[in-house]
Design a protein around this ligand. Sequence first.
Ligand code: TEU
Ligand code: CA
Length: 561
Amino acid sequence: MKEQNWWKECVVYQIYPRSFCDSNGDGIGDINGITTKLDYLKDLGVDVLWLSPVCKSPNDDNGYDISNYRDIMEEFGTMEDFHRMLEEAHKRGLKIMLDLVVNHTSDEHEWFNQSKRALDGGKYRDYYIWKKGKGENPPNNWGSFFGGSAWEYCEERKEYYLHIFSRKQPDLNWENPAVREEIYDMMQWWLNKGIDGFRMDVINLIGKDQNFPDGIKDGNAPYGDLVPYTHNMPQAHIYLKEMNEKILSKHDVITVGETLNTSVEDGIKYAGFDENELNMIFTFEHMNVDNLGNSKWNDQRFELRKLKEIMTRWQNGMYQKAWNSLYWNNHDQPRVVSRFGNDGPYRELSAKMLATCLHMMQGTPYIYQGEEIGMTNLYFDTIEEYEDIESRTAFEQCTKMEGVDEETMMRRIRWKSRDNARTPMQWNSRENAGFTKGTPWFTVNPNYKSINVEDQQQNEESILNYYKRLIALRKKYRIIVYGDYRLLDPESDKTFTYMRTLDQEKLLVACNFTDAQVRMQIPDELKGTKGRILISNYSHEDKMLIAAYGSEGRTGEDGSI
Ligand code: TEU
Ligand code: CA
């Protein structure tokens, strides 16, 4: 099962088009903007670009509510722009991966318009999940992820439709073979254009328990939990196998499923080498490390020991059975240097340390725009300043229905809001960080004067150049891609140290998660061997010092050897 595949050896870069680069001054990032940055991305050394949704959308959830799968979002440009970008990317050897959002559509999609009116039959009648209410109440007590009931009443049909996300994101009915064919057709249509893969949005939610039972209510939650009846249902695997057989297996593409609430066992089913479903999945376990109970809404800091336990379980559990993805960041998560690192005085060392910690593991690494320059969270004072539908609806529900006081909720939102990831990309120190010549759709983080691409390109020791070196190392040393993994310090609440091994080679990765010096013992198995430092977040002198210590290494502030 040690088969070599290009998607195991590549590095993916995620672009959130709205916040990446605006080419026409309307304040919204666009496809032509992406095209102008292809050289930058090529130079960084990444192989694949995953674009968050670019299809037509009313933007209730920034493109994750698609109203036409075969057209481009107006603000982002035209299909012609898309073709040009694809061609220019391919010229540079960069692959393009699209975001396949097919658990739900927008309520403005033509299928939904038809389905609403299909009272007495017709092709679209069962394209969505329609149910009669229970008297005056919705079909069951499920709560939507974006606030309120997961069911919305439709006057026209006199029935409720299911929406796990916002009421403008009705869930498609995957039980209906016509829906599945429709989706496979559309995937084939994009593949014919030459795209290179799909990131599949909440793909483990496509099967639903057809009994639609009430969910358990947690504490003072107003709604029941839909997770046990909508996540990782057996049908999800049946449909993915079908999709693989009909479409994916016929193309040399990269696929990654976004899968909430999955265990390693689930991961092995979705991404198992023999399963014929997906290449890999995004687990959320390490992103939930700082949850309180089931809720992400709190402002506590994570525990390193817990993080190590989770990541180690995935590294070892998937080994030789399935393939991992590696990520700290995406458009839904706070910035990692603020969250797991230090965005104050040690920001640079910390960002490099976090990068090392992740990129030296087994799996395909994903870099989210801005991570490569150590972009940080941006905290707002009032809820009105937040754009994200999740933050806004959570504020509403938690303060109005769950008795959380506003100030507490604001603290939580500052810490965890998805908007932390969505401030515009910081290209240079000029106006609006070089993101737009117009008025940016969303606040630019004022720290762009000191944190931006242009400055870091000129500084050999920058985070950006460090990422370049990390990516280059992965290309050079097979041990980074294929070696096994062993955690060395499960008990430490300061360091994260692990060993990779491939045949006769060993790679030690030592990361200091604190803002102070810690001493660590070089493992016995390395004593007396000839070693050298592949990469370090410390300056040259520090490296010499580490080398000089011989068997007993010393790490400095907040970083890895
Ligand atoms: O994310 C799934 C998801 O549950 C996130 O909405 C959630 O924000 C995350 O777990 C942190 O709380 C995907 C997309 O990535 C997200 O942007 C969409 O809003 C969502 O699906 C609906 O399409
Ligand atoms: Ca624009």
